[in-house]
Ligand binder design. Structure first.
Ligand code: COA
Ligand code: ZN
Length: 302
């Protein structure tokens, strides 16, 4: 187990969109810089959605413009439609991720489109000139949905295969934290069989405490790209019962202590956490590893 993993920090987007408090723009910029300084190479910094819908994302244009001036990081933004995609390109995002729900009910609640309509919207974006920008299709509610209940695995495979035709990469997202490790292995294997190496990230939520177990199961299934959120912030405001992502600090500790390189320095990551807490002082911030401290004699992966 010595192949490294790639972690995308999604706190500034998934985390802040569901926080109870607004983080000031300058604090967001400082947090993103501290994340980059800790070794995060990919950061999802915001979303281009109507500001009325998610006020916390109103400054995403300014945040992306600032983040792209940080050397060596891939700046990701979420977009739900062509208008959001165009705003992301104007700001200079390196990668744009689109949420395509496998659950029809969640899709209609989240983007006011059916999954089929949303696939067509992403296709329209892929056909729009976007030199130098990558497109990710993220299959949300891929492991179950609070509104629809069970999500048929065949729907997940079909949507992933449709997106793989015109996206650079495809992610599977456990939006509401329904997944278990056996299901993670089974569905990642099925989707990989259908689309091969276009399947990249596991986007996992820790709603039922299985975030790390699911991440490890995905790793064992060959997944090397993970989304996670500092302090365990996160959740979709349009999915009832959604809560935070797998916690970056704990995910990095798990991999590094197993000898799997993340490229992230845990001490510097804890400094970035301090900057997050300063910027969002009233928000509950989670994390077992930072709360307990690193074990005596801890060694990061060589
Ligand atoms: N950015 C900014 N404004 C946008 C926009 C975008 N990406 N997309 C649409 N708008 C504006 C339109 O111009 C229009 O403005 P107007 O009223 O001044 O004319 C208004 O928003 C409504 O546009 P419409 O196309 O009818 O959108 P809608 O109301 O049907 O909403 C989405 C559809 C996709 C824009 C909305 O559901 C959405 O943003 N969903 C994403 C939610 C989210 O972020 N979830 C969490 C992440 S998974
Ligand atoms: Zn999420």
């Amino acid at each position: 187990m010595n192949a490294g993993v790639h972690i995308c920090e999604v706190g500034p987007r998934d985390g802040l969109q569901n926080a109870h408090h607004l983080m000031p723009t300058e604090a967001k910029k400082a947090w993103i810089r501290a994340l980059a300084a800790a070794g995060l190479k990919e950061i999802e910094v915001g979303s281009f959605v109507p500001p009325k819908l998610i006020p916390a994302m109103a400054d995403t244009g300014e945040i992306v413009r600032d983040a792209v001036s940080i050397p060596g990081i891939k700046v990701v933004a979420l977009a739900p439609n062509l208008k959001g995609f165009q705003r992301a390109l104007e700001a200079g995002a390196h990668k744009v991720t689109f949420p395509v729900s496998a659950s029809r009910k969640h899709s209609e609640s989240n983007v006011r489109m059916t999954p089929e309509q949303m696939i067509e919207e992403v296709r329209r974006c892929a056909q729009f000139p976007h030199p130098g920008a990558e497109i990710e299709g993220a299959v949300s509610t891929a492991f179950g949905c609070t509104m629809q209940g069970e999500v048929p695995e065949d729907d997940v495979v079909r949507i992933a295969a449709a997106l793989a035709e015109f996206c650079d990469c495809v992610a599977l997202a456990d939006t509401v934290g329904y997944a278990n490790p056996a299901q993670i292995k089974r569905i990642f294997a099925k989707v990989r069989k259908a689309i091969g190496s276009k399947l990249e990230a596991a986007h996992l939520h820790n709603t039922r405490g299985l975030g790390l177990a699911n991440a490890l199961a995905a790793y064992e299934e060959g997944v090397r790209h993970f989304d996670s959120s500092m302090g365990g912030l996160g959740g979709c405001p349009f999915a009832p019962g959604a809560s935070g992502n797998v916690i970056t600090e704990d995910l990095v500790f798990m991999f590094e202590s197993m000898g799997i390189k993340t490229g992230i320095d845990l001490e510097k990551l804890f400094l970035a956490r301090k900057i997050l807490i300063q910027g969002l002082p009233d928000e509950p911030i989670y994390g077992h590893t930072p709360d307990a401290g690193l074990p005596k004699g801890f060694r990061a992966a060589a």
